[in-house]
Ligand binder design. Structure first.
Ligand SMILES: [Zn+2]
Length: 346
């Protein structure tokens, strides 16, 4: 955690200011420590990331980092309440993004495609929030184009995001809950959320929880699944969800097998036919994977199968999200005919 982040974050419980108590730093970043608010609420900084989760979710964090707690603190936690699905989501994306944390150059092209009609020139000298930053593949480009960026994620994916963006002076990573973000109101020039809201228990509420943190005339852009998304994935995911306590290692193996099939029956034939001039890119099945490494196909298969919750929307649903909240300059565009990119302004 860079000390500058303290200017932007507040205590998620009382909205008070924090001070940092540093236990260990590497010269630039606070690697281990605590954030303490004026009212005495305490939150850990573990592996360089401040963990500003609601108190009942800190239980899960403490389970995954017992060494920090044993070393430094007798940490106060509350008993969990009705958070099964939230905890499942936390675990699922934490597992996914720490396993598939590769940074590829083609994420840049993907990022620009997801945020259409926004372009590179938009970002310069702005403060932005990446809501659901995963392993930090897109926040990297927000910063590269000139914005100071704060990425939040509910899961331990923040550790991969931190590794992938460490020492980038324009990137800050925070573990936090979208429904209870630890920032001052009207902080950000823009907020984006790519592939995240449809995995929340209440996606529209998640969208609305981002808006108070935008400055007046602030920009928001999102990408969510469309109703035309692959129905086969939906069916497979539902089957897996009916199996209680299915280990991630098994979903992982299953994803690997599906990826092998897609690779063998579609990707390799696509590449051969393309080289021979027999097929155009836009005619290909699975074209978004055709020129990417196998590991990306494998990661996307895992993503499709492992998320505990997924909602699918038509254009009218998304239009309503924006209209109900009085957003202006609305633009909604289809992506690959199976999902929605939407832009609006406060
Ligand atoms: Zn507090």
């Amino acid at each position: 955690m860079k000390r500058k982040l303290i200017e932007y974050v507040v205590c998620p419980e009382c909205k008070g200011n924090f001070t940092i108590e540093c236990f260990h730093n590497d010269g630039i970043e606070v690697e281990e420590g605590v954030l303490l608010c004026d009212k005495g609420h305490m939150f850990p900084i573990i592996n360089g990331v401040p963990r500003l989760l609601p108190r009942h979710l800190l239980n899960e964090l403490i389970k995954s980092h017992p060494e920090f707690i044993n070393r430094y603190l007798d940490f106060p936690v509350k008993k969990a309440r009705n958070t099964n699905m939230t905890i499942k989501t936390m675990k699922s994306f934490g597992y996914q993004w720490n396993k598939f944390d590769n940074m590829y150059d083609f994420w840049e092209e993907e990022f620009l495609d997801y945020i259409y009609p926004i372009g590179k020139e938009f970002f310069s000298n702005k403060l932005g929030l990446d809501a659901g930053c995963g392993m930090g593949r897109f926040i990297f480009y927000g910063a590269k184009y000139g914005a100071e960026m704060i990425g939040v994620d509910l899961s331990n994916a923040v550790e991969a995001a931190y590794r992938n963006n460490k020492y980038n002076e324009k990137v800050h990573i925070v573990q936090a809950d979208i429904y209870n973000l630890p920032f001052r109101p009207s902080t950000f020039d823009f907020v984006y959320s790519i592939g995240v809201l449809h995995h929340l228990p209440k996606p529209k509420k998640g969208f609305e929880s981002l808006l108070p943190f935008l400055k007046p005339k602030g920009d928001i852009f999102i990408w969510v699944y469309g109703k035309a998304s692959h129905t086969l994935w939906q069916k497979l995911r539902k089957v897996l969800q009916h199996i209680q306590h299915i280990p991630y290692s098994l979903i992982n193996s299953f994803s690997f097998l599906i990826a092998i099939c897609i690779w063998s029956f579609f990707i390799i034939p696509n590449r051969i036919r393309h080289r021979l001039g027999l097929i155009k890119k836009e005619e290909m099945k699975f074209r978004r994977w055709t020129f990417k490494p196998f590991r990306v196909v494998y990661a996307d298969c895992f993503d499709q199968l492992s998320a505990p919750i997924a909602f699918y929307y038509d254009k009218q649903d998304i239009r309503k999200w924006f209209a109900d909240n009085g957003l202006t300059s609305m633009m909604i565009a289809s992506r690959d005919k199976n999902s929605w990119r939407a832009y609006g302004r406060t």
